[in-house]
Design a protein around this ligand. Structure first.
Ligand SMILES: Cc1cc2nc3c(=O)[nH]c(=O)nc-3n(C[C@H](O)[C@H](O)[C@H](O)COP(=O)(O)OP(=O)(O)OC[C@H]3O[C@@H](n4cnc5c(N)ncnc54)[C@H](O)[C@@H]3O)c2cc1C
Length: 484
């Protein structure tokens, strides 16, 4: 009997445990270690942040699903990995329970295969004053989004009483990613203000570390729209203009004080912008897992990059931007030092950015790090699980399945408003996510599949995806037929 341990019940890890258990059956143990008692469909936190969905609509308890499927569930945080064991033991990891019944209790969990899908640490501390515990807001978790909605209501009430409000929404660190989520939230806030006919009382500013709007951490894209090829810069700027949103670009936020954001721009100028309401996405890092050898010496650097994300089968050789290749990107997510350890979703360390690195004259790096959105994260979780299944069945590590972000597309639906008739979305698909200038010399991507369209249909799709992905995550009948 083999034992597979998966860390993190998010998009990637939850996909992995479900695929593993479906294929391995009762003969092998599949264990989920995750600190959360509930699954949350993170993309719909945007709707929680504008008061259109409740936390119950975007979350569900994990325990009944794992019990039904025979997945061993430990509500705990993974802390330390001993990939060679300790003084002669088998490989294991140390976990600390977060479940209220045994909070703080440590336990050793042995494994044959380990999948790290711990997602991002929301690194608010990297920007002084950033985050819901300090001076800005977030929609990265359901709890953050609920708090943000209460603050948005206060601003809406003030505007209804005739008071002007300035909203600043965007990225809260010079190298933050996840622009898509912040952008979607900005459009939703504008939509809600418009709906209440309060636009004359509002000033909305999109604050971003992107060199040009529409970069989205993937170096921007050329998209086919209505038969013409246009850039995501024009596409994004026209959407903001339509919503009456201004923008500040090439800005790396360095500090947030109550009501005031400080930033440096790519010209090296130190500026600030005052706000009444501000939602800013933090920098992402690894969650801080440590690794030790069989003598107990720290080998964290062998398994993890300096930012705490796990090293996988990428080419991490430092290279000049002009020498970057799509082949630098990983496709199996297997750790190079330990063939029974994998990292899927945001937990893996990308080889480099996708957007061109930029520095201010003061040496401050201001550009987005690469996004790893829901669809690729789910696909990675599935591919890693399939390779582990093959390996267990073969009795030795076997890699048959691949999923590089340079060979995979992504769909991004930036939707605003809520309901069947009330809403609009900018729908964008890119293929591949990481541009491949060898295969597609003109645009870097396949222009037949890299398209963008605004309209109500995309908004319906986003709503449909909310219900469809929650249905799948709950493992209801036919769940495995729904793609990632
Ligand atoms: C507001 C918002 C909106 C978004 N909208 C979209 C969208 O519309 N479309 C899209 O494609 N993507 C969207 N994304 C991105 C998407 O949510 C991520 O790509 C996806 O969640 C990444 O999956 P993951 O499994 O890598 O990480 P996560 O989903 O974050 O899961 C990580 C899991 O690991 C757990 N964990 C953390 N530390 C430990 C530990 N030490 N031990 C064990 N477990 C641990 C966490 O609790 C969590 O359950 C959005 C993101 C945000 C923040």
């Amino acid at each position: 009997m083999a034992k597979v341990v998966v860390l993190g019940a998010g998009v990637s890890g939850h996909t992995a445990v479900m695929v593993l258990k479906k294929n391995l059956g009762k003969k092998h143990d599949v264990v989920m270690v995750t600190p959360n008692s509930k699954y949350q469909w993170i993309p719909s936190n945007i709707w929680v942040g504008i008061g259109q969905m409740t936390s119950e609509q975007v979350t569900f308890p994990l325990a009944p699903v794992y019990k039904k499927k025979g997945i061993i569930y430990k509500q705990a945080l993974a802390k330390n990995i001993y990939p060679d064991g300790l003084n002669g033991t088998n490989p294991f990891l140390e976990i600390e329970y977060t479940h209220e019944a045994h909070r703080g209790k440590m336990e050793r969990v042995e494994y044959d295969y380990l999948i790290n899908a711990t997602g991002p640490k929301l690194n608010f501390a990297a920007t002084p004053g950033l985050g819901p515990q300090a001076n800005s807001l977030s929609v990265c978790t359901t709890d953050h989004a609920l708090h943000t909605w209460s603050k948005l209501q206060e601003s809406l009430d003030k505007m209804a009483r005739g008071e002007k409000q300035r909203f600043v929404i965007g990225t809260g660190h010079p190298m933050a990613t996840c622009q898509g989520a912040a952008f979607e939230y900005a459009l939703n806030v504008a939509f809600e203000i418009n709906k209440r006919k309060l636009m004359d009382k509002a000033e909305i500013i999109w604050l971003t570390n992107e060199y040009e709007l529409g970069d989205f951490g993937m170096g921007g894209a050329f998209i086919k729209k209505g038969g013409y090829v246009t850039s995501t810069k024009i596409f994004t700027e026209s959407i903001l203009a339509e919503y009456g949103i201004k923008w500040i670009k090439r800005a790396g936020v360095t500090k947030v004080e109550p009501g005031k954001i400080h930033y440096e721009n790519l010209d090296g100028e130190h500026k600030n912008v005052e706000f009444d309401f501000s939602m800013l996405i933090p920098a992402f890092a690894g969650v801080g897992l440590k690794a030790y050898d069989r003598e107990g010496d720290d080998i964290t650097d062998n398994l993890f990059a300096p930012n705490g994300l796990m090293k996988v089968d990428a080419d991490y050789t430092p290279k000049d931007f002009n020498n970057w290749s799509v082949n630098d990107w990983p496709s199996t997510y297997q750790n190079p030092a330990y063939e029974n350890i994998f990292a899927a979703g945001i937990a893996f360390a990308p080889p480099h950015a996708i957007s061109k690195p930029m520095k201010s004259p003061n040496g401050t790096a201001i550009f987005p790090t690469p996004p790893r959105t829901g669809m690729p994260s789910g696909v990675m979780g599935k591919v890693v699980a399939l390779n582990v299944i093959k390996s267990i069945k073969a009795g030795k590590p076997v890699i048959k399945h691949h999923a590089s972000m340079g060979r995979m597309g992504a769909a991004c639906i930036i939707s605003s408003g809520y309901g069947i008739r009330d809403g609009m979305a900018a729908t964008m698909t890119v293929f591949p996510i990481v541009p491949d200038y060898e295969k597609y010399p003109e645009w870097g991507r396949d222009i037949g599949y890299t398209v963008g369209e605004p309209g109500l249909a995309g908004h319906w799709m986003k709503l449909f995806m909310h219900y469809m992905f929650l249905y799948k995550a709950k493992a209801l009948p036919g769940w495995s037929l729904i793609p990632e």
